[in-house]
Design a protein around this ligand. Structure first.
Ligand code: PMV
Length: 340
């Protein structure tokens, strides 16, 4: 066989990886009208940087907490044309979100002869400025699974949801969730698993700074950081150490350790962004003011910490006994009890 006859191994794509685990073709389950829910989640140890941008494979493992009843619910039904509805409004076919949703469906539909109507509702308070892509893609994955009667294992649902949005891999479960980075080229060992520890006293507060669309989305921000920030080199090691500390803190219900680790992890991620070029700073003056309020509260003995994602809003971490003190400093704070 000459070199020209040999077939180069094909790089894994979403289509190829998913096709390995599906029947040759799919058909919608008759009268499927179920609505599927997935919670939103907030990372305490962040996912920041991809080792594979096509499959959304991360450079580091991450750990999150799900936001109980706050999230997305999605229903798929057969229709005469593809259509996507968000919070009761039909989106234009060219809408960015609508195109992403249909592209995700296409990974499973693979040319089969039917059209779909996808209806999604987010009950995440818009005022909270929380991203909904994690819960959105997780709920969509669950709805796809139901619509085609696939009955996929949770780990596979998580790995496939990850292809929609990395953090969606963690939104398949309640409570604390770890997304294991994995090492396989096809990413099928890169999925999330729930931790079996509950922490009923834990509270999350949502501090709204701005709810407008951000100029740089997390995908672009991540890529820019990996490509241009010299500080990014230190990130994988820091993330691995923080993950370890968080596991310990959760196992021992050591809130101070949990808070310190989460806040430092978030600020370290933001430091890598700030050192990118062009610089990437998601903070606004009110974000910094909120940080200072938190540091002042700590100086006065209130055990409250924060974390932040690729946006200007803060998510506060505290326990039930500090709730009154925290609310006093952040009037109108939306408080979530992740364990009900
Ligand atoms: O899942 P994506 O592509 O929206 O990226 C999420 C990135 C962060 O929110 C900043 C961190 C995380 O782990 O959720």
């Amino acid at each position: 066989m000459s070199i020209s006859d040999s077939v180069a191994p094909q790089a894994p794509t979403k289509e190829r990886v998913i096709a390995n685990y599906l029947p040759a073709s799919v058909t919608p389950v008759a009268d499927s009208t179920d609505t599927l829910f997935a919670p939103s989640n907030i990372a305490l140890c962040k996912y920041w940087g991809k080792r594979d941008a096509v499959l959304n494979l991360p450079v580091n493992s991450s750990l999150s907490i799900s936001l109980a009843h706050l999230g997305s619910k999605t229903r798929i039904s057969v229709s005469d044309e593809d259509q996507v509805w968000l919070n009761g409004v039909r989106l234009a076919a060219g809408d960015k979100f609508a195109r992403k949703v249909i592209a995700f469906i296409d990974l499973f539909r693979r040319g089969a002869d039917h059209r779909v109507r996808v209806e999604t509702e987010n009950n995440i308070p818009t005022a909270a400025g929380l991203a909904s892509s994690a819960s959105g893609f997780a709920a969509l994955m669950l709805a796809v699974d139901r619509f085609y009667g696939l009955s996929l294992e949770p780990q596979m649902l998580s790995a496939f949801a990850r292809m929609g949005s990395g953090s969606a891999s963690r939104s398949l479960y309640e409570g604390f969730v770890e997304w294991q980075m994995g090492i396989r080229e096809d990413g099928m060992d890169s999925f999330a698993l729930p931790l079996d520890t509950r922490w009923p006293q834990l509270r999350i507060g949502l501090v709204k700074v701005s709810t407008g669309e951000k100029a740089v989305d997390s995908r672009s921000g991540m890529n820019r950081t990996v490509e241009t920030s010299h500080l990014y080199q230190s990130w994988p090691l820091q993330a691995a150490a923080d993950l370890e500390r968080l596991h310990q803190a959760i196992a021992e219900q050591d809130f101070t350790r949990l808070g310190e680790t989460s806040e430092q992890n978030a600020l370290s991620m933001h430091a890598t962004m700030i050192a990118s070029w062009p610089p990437l700073l998601y903070w606004q003056p009110d974000s910094v003011a909120a940080m200072q309020t938190i540091w002042q509260a700590r100086a006065e003995g209130v055990d409250v910490y924060f974390t932040m994602d690729a946006g200007p809003n803060l998510k506060l971490l505290f326990t039930a006994d500090a709730e009154a003190e925290v609310k006093q400093r952040f009037p109108g704070l939306e408080v979530i009890r992740p364990f009900g």
